[in-house]
Design a binder for this molecule. Sequence first.
Ligand code: SF4
Length: 128
Amino acid sequence: MKRKFVCVSCPVGCELEVELDDQGTLTVTGNRCPRGEAYAWEEITEPKRVLPTSVKVVGGELPLASVRTDRPIPKGLIPQVMELIKKLSVPAPVEVGQVLLKDLLGTGANLVATRAVARRACAPHEAL
Ligand code: SF4
């Protein structure tokens, strides 16, 4: 199996050429450091991604807050994590960096807010 992809372990973004032979030996070229080989192995065996999305906010100036996982999670778990996130609604205010869900499905990754949402000011008729 041959694949090409970009190493995202640092901003250099080396273009990797990866070949996995029938004996399970991985050959990686194009990497400028050993982290590229480790990234290639992970990408072949258990690809992970940081998940950016949004959650509902109750009583906020905006109805949604943007969020992301604070570390990559296995791609295969993303549908299950999205189901959890769809059911979530958090009260305003929401601060940048606020942890909204901890240890998503045992991955060790937390869901954190990447955008602040202030509490909505009460309209005069709501203050009563
Ligand atoms: S192989 Fe090394 S230098 Fe290249 S993008 Fe990956 S971490 Fe950065």
